[in-house]
Design a protein around this ligand. Structure first.
Ligand SMILES: [Mg+2]
Length: 294
């Protein structure tokens, strides 16, 4: 088949846009990085949930059309609120990799297992909450634990400093159970062992423990990175996180960044190529993201 010259591209003559160095192909965004980020204690301040210190990095990501993918132990509703505030229309990963939500119309190939739900195509990786409820009851019989979904919104707001509306959204869990341990004496190994006996997994976020199926942030990030690479084979993946539940995500990307804790120092995470920020929370996130272009 003969390839026809694009309209206006006469032989031997460059279009004015190309001469000016601003010629753009109308098709795909030529993204260089995909950035995955944890929310609490990373993009958001651990105590105030503010992201003002992240604005320099957020504007760089916007300018360069770099996808920013939120990967959190937060629920879908909590992430949706932040996405709309930040005008972020990229896929996202709620509840420790429990699922991948890809907005309809987003330019990514989707595996056959993706199901349609509202405005999204959803890839479910974890176990649905209904399946986990009975297991949580068994755990609560041997260890003093309380599930976030069963606390009142007032109690959640008190524990977290969230507003009532945010606390409401935090209780709407679909792919795992977040909980607090009331026994300060209990050893992590005992808790882990009890969860293991249930055939489930345990991970720790900034404030809560999480009872989960076979999902973690790393598995979800690996899968979503693969979909991005089918569209953009040369992308470099980066991730920012601050807590133990971020370790699998950090291990799954090319450029992992561990953000400092608000009290200083870092959680003990040791994986290859890990860069550590000096600054905590959103300021550390900004430092990490901007360093990608250094
Ligand atoms: Mg965190």
């Amino acid at each position: 088949m003969r390839v026809t010259q694009p309209f206006g591209l006469a032989q031997g003559r460059e279009p004015v846009e190309r001469q000016m160095g601003v010629f753009r192909q109308p098709q795909k965004i030529m993204t260089r990085f995909v950035v995955f980020t944890d929310l609490d204690g990373t993009l958001l301040d651990h105590h105030t949930y503010a992201y003002v210190d992240a604005l320099p990095a957020l504007s760089k990501l916007r300018q360069t059309q770099t996808p920013l993918i939120m990967v959190s132990s937060k629920t879908r509703r909590e992430i949706e609120a932040l996405r709309s505030e930040l005008e972020n229309d990229h896929p996202f990963i709620p509840e420790n990799g429990g699922a991948i939500f890809v907005p309809k119309g987003y330019d990514l190939p989707l595996p056959d297992e993706a199901v349609e739900a509202g405005d999204y195509h959803v890839l479910v990786l974890g176990r649905r909450n209904e399946e986990l409820a009975a297991a949580f009851d068994r755990l609560a019989r041997v260890v003093a634990v309380r599930a976030l979904s069963r606390l009142s919104s007032e109690e959640v707001a008190d524990l977290t400093g969230l507003t009532m509306a945010q606390a409401e959204a935090a209780r709407e869990r679909e792919f795992g159970e977040a909980f607090i341990v009331d026994d300060p004496e209990i050893k992590e190994s005992v808790l882990r062992n009890e969860v293991h006996k249930l055939g489930l997994r345990l991970t720790q976020g900034g404030r809560f423990w999480h009872l989960l199926g076979e999902n973690d942030k790393g598995r979800a990030v690996t899968l979503l990175s693969r979909l991005f690479r089918q569209r953009h084979p040369d992308i470099v993946t980066a991730a920012c996180g601050d807590a133990p539940n971020d370790e699998p995500m950090l291990a799954a990307v090319d450029r992992p960044f561990l953000v400092a804790r608000p009290e200083g120092g870092h959680r003990p995470i040791d994986i290859p190529r890990l860069a550590k920020t000096d600054l905590p929370g959103p300021a550390g996130f900004s430092q990490a993201v901007l360093s990608l272009w250094d």
